[in-house]
Design a protein around this ligand. Structure first.
Ligand SMILES: [Zn+2]
Length: 143
């Protein structure tokens, strides 16, 4: 089974003034920059994860300590329970950063474009699309 091809689409694909196709090749699409909102989301998601990893260390330690208090477990056993519980909690701590990264990778990026025919210049949106690299307005946003 073939993995779906991930391409990009540029919007608008044609010059708004003279309606000729805008020459935006692959190398230029790679230059497209993330908008500020996406950068903020990414930074926020990573910051939340960076905060949650040690916070979960403390919370899980506290929880395991209070739950296993007075039931006669040895230090080694409590340590093992703590280790397993902390490992199980890590995906939840890393989830905000992963989600932010995933959202920003599919976020439409801004690309300044200049029309070679009439001199129009403006900003195009470069979007991730499933399927074709050239079709415009089909397939929609990858999500
Ligand atoms: Zn033009």
């Amino acid at each position: 089974m073939k993995a779906p091809f991930m391409g990009t689409a540029v919007e608008p694909a044609q010059c708004p003034d003279c309606h000729s196709p805008l020459p935006v090749d692959y190398a230029e699409r790679r230059r497209a920059a993330l908008p500020m909102g996406a950068k903020g989301l990414l930074a926020g998601g990573i910051a939340v994860s960076i905060f949650l990893v040690p916070a979960f260390l403390y919370l899980v330690g506290h929880l395991v300590s209070s739950l296993t208090d007075g039931i006669g477990l040895q230090k080694k056993e409590r340590g093992l329970i703590f280790g397993l519980a902390y490992l199980l909690s890590l995906p939840f701590a890393l989830f905000p950063g992963w989600l932010a990264l995933r959202l920003t990778l599919t976020w439409p990026r801004n690309l300044p474009v200049k029309c070679i025919h009439c001199g129009w210049s403006g900003t195009c949106k470069v979007k991730q699309v499933k399927g074709s690299d050239s079709k415009m307005g089909r397939g929609g946003l990858q999500g």
